[in-house]
Structure formats: C-alpha cells, structure tokens
Design a protein around this ligand. Structure first.
Ligand SMILES: NC(=O)c1ccc[n+]([C@@H]2O[C@H](COP(=O)([O-])OP(=O)(O)OC[C@H]3O[C@@H](n4cnc5c(N)ncnc54)[C@H](O)[C@@H]3O)[C@@H](O)[C@H]2O)c1
Length: 247
C-alpha cells in the first residue's frame, strides 16, 4: 500500500508527450498493472509504449463521444476496471480577447473542457460499479488567477476546477470511495510552452520564488500521490505545482 498504485489500471489522456508522458512514466514505474495512454495518433505514444511493458497506447480523440466510449469499452473488456483516470489532454490557442477567433475559442473549450466531461462520463459507470477510483484533472493556475491572452484557456481550466469539485461531491454519494482532485501547474517545460517567447518565460521565472520553470516530472509526482492510496481522504482539492508563482 502506501504511496502505491500497484496493480491499478490507469488511463491517461494525451499521454504521448509532455506532462501526460511524465505522468504515464511515474505510474508505470510505481507499479501500475497497466497504464493506458490515449492520444490522437499512434505515433504520439510509440516511444513510451516501447519503453514500458505496462504501458499500452490507444488512439482516441477526447472530443469525440464515440471514440471515447470505444476507448473506455475496450479497456473495460480487456482489464475489467479503471482505477485511475488522469484527464490531461489539453491545448492552448492564445490571443487577446479582441483578436480571439471563434475557432480558437471552440477548439480549446472542446478539448480542455468537453473532453474532460466526455471522458469522465464514460468512465463513471465503471468506477461507480467497482465502488472505487481516483480522478485527477489537469487544470492550470490560469484557471484560478486568469492570464492575459488566454480567455479561452482560462475559461476551460476554470470549468475543469468546477467539474472537479462537483465530481468530488457527486461520485461518493452512494458510498463509493471515489476521489476527484485537480492539479494546477504553473509554467512547465513541455512542447506546449516551447511556443511561449523566451522573454515571457524569463519574466515568469523572475516572479517564481523557487526561481525556475517546472519540469513535467514535478507535476507527475503530484499526480502520482493523488492516484495513490495515500491520498484516499483527499478530494475536491486543487493542488498548485508552480514553484510559488501564485498563491
Ligand atoms: N505546460 C504547461 O506549462 C502547463 C501549465 C498548466 C497546465 N498544463 C496542462 O497540462 C496538460 C498537458 O500539457 P502539456 O504541456 O504536456 O501539453 P503537450 O502539448 O506537450 O501535450 C498534450 C498532449 O495531448 C494530446 N492531445 C491534444 N489534443 C488531444 C485530443 N483531442 N485527444 C487526445 N489527446 C490529445 C497531444 O497529442 C499531446 O500528446 C494540458 O491539459 C495543459 O493545459 C500545462
């Protein structure tokens, strides 16, 4: 037991690279029976599935109801349970409000907000039937504090935090031991933040008490804790992993 995910069946959306990949590795190394990585194509998870025998890739776009249902059904048929769901898939399409096109709004809300809803809705009957589970949603400090140029992203992550709190209340209603928490990273070095200008990143590091950008592994460690039995009395929380950038 302890800080363990031994024997657990885990699903990580968008687990092919960046934070999702680090989460997948952390769960796999900690002894998960199987970590299923879903991503939009199979090249995204080719490396990680080759590296770990307890990591398996499945193609699914979290914005498509039928694909998500198929993914969850396949996992359930193969393994008979889902113990840990990490809703990690997410994108940015930044612009100042007056320049933000409809398609930038729609794309970000679709993946970051609706994708989390669709995936959790599909997994819910399985977790409720088994009477246990951990759901961990990837939010962002931007979903708490807002950020210039990120109207769509802030709205999506704020929504993720609200869904997290709703599910923390809703899932355990019939006595199920199901927890739901969010992790809110600050600026983390991943392919997503490669697009952010060096000047902005330096500015952020300057404002961060711990004086560096976060690494994907910093976030993965918090997710691993929340997925483990050690966190069984923690629910409805938003844990910031941002080096003290915000509080
Ligand atoms: N990097 C940061 O600084 C940072 C900060 C706060 C929050 N986050 C959040 O962490 C999560 C991961 O971010 P990252 O930096 O690792 O991003 P990333 O772009 O490096 O990785 C995202 C992964 O999600 C996959 N993905 C995208 N759309 C998908 C879809 N429709 N269905 C399935 N998979 C899809 C991508 O293929 C990719 O593998 C996101 O939710 C992001 O908003 C990141």
């Amino acid at each position: 037991m302890g800080n363990s995910v031994e024997g657990k069946i885990c699903l990580v959306t968008g687990g092919g690279r960046g934070i999702g990949r680090a989460v997948t590795e952390a769960l796999a190394k900690a002894g998960a029976q199987k970590v299923i990585v879903c991503d939009i194509n199979d090249t995204a998870f080719a490396e990680i599935t080759a590296e770990y025998r307890n990591v398996e890739g499945m193609v699914a776009d979290v914005t498509r109801t039928a694909e998500v249902a198929g993914l969850v059904q396949t996992i359930n048929e193969k393994y008979g349970r889902i113990d840990v769901l990490v809703n990690n898939a997410g994108i940015t399409r930044d612009a100042l409000i007056q320049k933000m096109e409809d398609d930038a709004w729609d794309a970000v809300i679709d993946i970051n907000l609706k994708g989390v809803f669709l995936t959790t809705r599909a997994v819910a009957p399985i977790m409720l039937a088994q009477g246990s589970g951990s759901i961990i949603n990837m939010a962002s400090v931007v979903g708490i504090d807002g950020n210039i140029g990120q109207t769509n992203y802030a709205a999506s992550k704020g929504g993720v935090i609200s869904m997290t709190k709703t599910w923390a209340k809703e899932f355990p209603r019939k006595g199920a031991r199901i927890t739901c928490n969010a992790v809110a990273p600050g600026f983390i070095r991943t392919p997503m933040t490669e697009k952010v200008p060096e000047k902005v990143l330096n500015l952020m590091v300057g404002k961060t008490p711990l004086g560096r950008m976060g690494e994907a592994e910093d976030v993965a460690k918090a997710v691993l804790f929340l997925a483990s039995d050690d966190a069984s009395f923690i629910t409805g929380q938003v844990i910031r992993v941002d080096g003290g950038l915000t509080f």
